[in-house]
Design a protein around this ligand. Structure first.
Ligand SMILES: Cc1cc2nc3c(=O)[nH]c(=O)nc-3n(C[C@H](O)[C@H](O)[C@H](O)COP(=O)(O)OP(=O)(O)OC[C@H]3O[C@@H](n4cnc5c(N)ncnc54)[C@H](O)[C@@H]3O)c2cc1C
Length: 505
């Protein structure tokens, strides 16, 4: 299995720059055409925007309100498809939208909007929940003037796993994917001919020829070294989230409401044994590598939480962690950030197709559009017949593990470390077996790769999983051969990173 640039073949049919959801989706679809496909990611897989989304696979009621019918319909269809294709990884998420006397939009408008949403999905999922029933379901809600709630359904996922599962399934199917490998475009005779690759850690450099190159570098797309003009201007918009312990924000369903200050929708929902709460939407002017939640965003979010759950007395310091991500939104003026379209944008030149913008939810549609565009120059890249994103789960293992890791991993875990498979890590849904599997098979280079992306322990446990680090260190030494000095450096680097980006503020 190719794991470094020295062992790469000299050429491929398709080279993809960017290991987020967009690149991973293209990887999956391109491999189905029978092409020889290479994907390269400058940092860890899924470490860009795709790790920091709201983790909803959703139609987007907000887009409906803004009249973005096509995007909503496409997203609802993809949601339904992923619920079917990825059990255990994409799961249905019940939502409640509390309605208060005199508040806008009222019950009638919400009902009509949700009826359209249901119609798009071809099933009836929304209903009115009267006040008493609602308060039995979610006793922490603000009660004054509460009439009831509209209940409806969307879906949730683990965004990094949606990326990683596609990348590792693709590698098992014969694709090549390298993390920590930065690309720049190589040109010849007015055409993109391939990539110059640099291993960001060893500094080794290698040139690869490619029949076509895809620029799927998200927020970085316009700045890809060697990129010809043509990429649309982006408006990087930051969104931040809190992760609270479930005991501190005890809700059984997602709750969505409008921020009292500016009437933007915010929501909280149970996720991986904790509760996610977000999000903001504001112009991002810092570095793309290290977006962080500002104090102003923190105060804005806490204000919304206190308004909807006044009896809980929540403060920022009650949170387990925070995270921020930058949306690659295609620029269309300076209006309300939340009204900017989330549609993807495609552009092309000789030997190159570029793509940016879009949503996590619609990655499969985007991937097929990109390949159709690439096929105009290389007909063999025409997308294959539609097929499920993932192969059907095999027997054994939990639904969750089948969905997150795939059948081969589940069989390996059952065979090699059955005892650790039963051991949950500090009350989270993650087991010690998943950790060992990730270290052995999933190209972990740094402790952060393990704690933020292969698992989400770094967000779900207090102080970046500090209390578990000793045992994790032992596994890293066993599986990755790290010596004491390497472990100390990784540990210190992780704690610094957590303080900088993920400590509640
Ligand atoms: C706060 C927030 C909430 C969101 N919530 C949702 C949601 O709930 N549902 C939904 O559907 N969507 C959501 N989105 C949108 C979604 O997350 C993004 O559209 C999606 O993750 C973008 O994926 P991408 O692959 O295009 O970009 P990225 O994930 O950023 O991937 C691009 C990759 O390219 C790499 N790269 C850049 N330059 C190079 C180079 N020279 N060589 C090699 N690699 C390179 C980067 O390191 C990066 O990893 C949200 C976004 C944000 C920020």
């Amino acid at each position: 299995m190719t794991r470094s640039i020295e062992s790469l073949p000299p050429s491929c049919d398709l080279a993809i720059v960017g290991g987020g959801i967009t690149g991973a989706g293209i990887f999956t679809e391109a491999l189905r055409t029978g092409a020889r496909v290479l994907l390269v990611e400058q940092a860890d897989f899924a470490s860009g925007t795709s790790a920091w989304s709201s983790k909803l696979v959703h139609g987007g009621l907000r887009y409906l309100k803004e009249g973005q019918w096509r995007l909503t319909l496409e997203s609802v269809r993809e949601r339904q498809r992923l619920l079917q294709d990825a059990p255990g990884l994409v799961e249905a998420q019940p939502f409640l939208m509390p309605v208060y006397r005199g508040a806008r939009p009222g019950r009638g408008v919400l009902r009509a909007g949700l009826a359209v949403y249901d119609l798009m999905a071809g099933r009836l999922a929304s209903r009115w929940v009267p006040r008493d029933e609602l308060l039995r379901m979610e006793p922490g809600l603000r009660r004054e003037n509460l009439l009831g709630a509209m209940a409806y359904e969307d879906a949730r996922t683990d965004d990094t796993r949606l990326v990683l599962r596609q990348i590792f399934d693709g590698v098992a199917a014969g694709g090549i994917a390298l993390n920590y490998t930065r690309a720049e475009l190589r040109h010849e005779g007015g055409r993109v001919r391939g990539l110059r690759l640099r291993d960001v850690e060893s500094g080794d450099v290698r040139d690869i020829d490619a029949g076509m190159v895809i620029n799927a570098a998200g927020c970085w797309a316009a700045g890809l070294p060697g990129a010809p003009a043509g990429a649309p201007a982006l408006r990087p918009l930051r969104g931040s989230h809190f992760v609270f312990p479930a005991a501190r924000l005890p809700i059984g369903r997602a709750v969505s409401w409008l921020h009292p200050r500016d009437r933007r929708p915010v929501f909280a929902y149970p996720w991986e044994g904790a509760v996610l709460f977000g999000t903001t939407d504001l112009d991002h002017d810092g570095t793309l590598e290290w977006p962080g939640m500002s104090h102003a965003e923190s105060a804005y979010l806490i204000e919304a939480l206190q308004a909807q759950f006044p009896s809980l007395g929540l403060r920022a310091r009650d949170a387990l962690s925070v995270y921020a991500g930058v949306r690659p939104v295609v620029a269309a003026g300076e209006g309300d950030p939340s009204a900017a379209s989330r549609e993807s944008a495609l552009w092309s030149g000789p030997g190159l197709v570029g793509v940016t913008g879009g949503k996590l939810t619609t990655f499969r549609v985007t991937a097929r559009q990109v390949l159709a565009e690439a096929a105009k120059q290389q007909p063999r890249l025409r997308p294959a017949q539609e097929a499920p994103v993932f192969s059907a789960p095999a027997g054994g293992g939990s639904r969750r593990l089948q969905g997150r890791l795939g059948a081969a991993a589940v069989a390996h875990i059952a065979r090699e470390f059955p005892r650790e498979a039963m051991q949950a890590i500090a009350g989270t849904p993650f087991t010690w077996a998943e950790l060992r599997w990730a270290l052995r098979q999933e190209r972990v280079r740094h402790l952060g790769d393990l704690l933020l992306r292969r698992t989400r322990l770094g967000l779900l446990l207090p102080r970046g999983a500090e209390a578990e680090l000793e045992r994790i260190g032992m596994l890293c030494r066993q599986e990755l051969g790290w010596d004491a000095a390497r472990w100390q450096a990784e540990r210190a680097g992780w704690i610094d990173l957590w303080q900088l980006r993920h400590a509640p503020r």
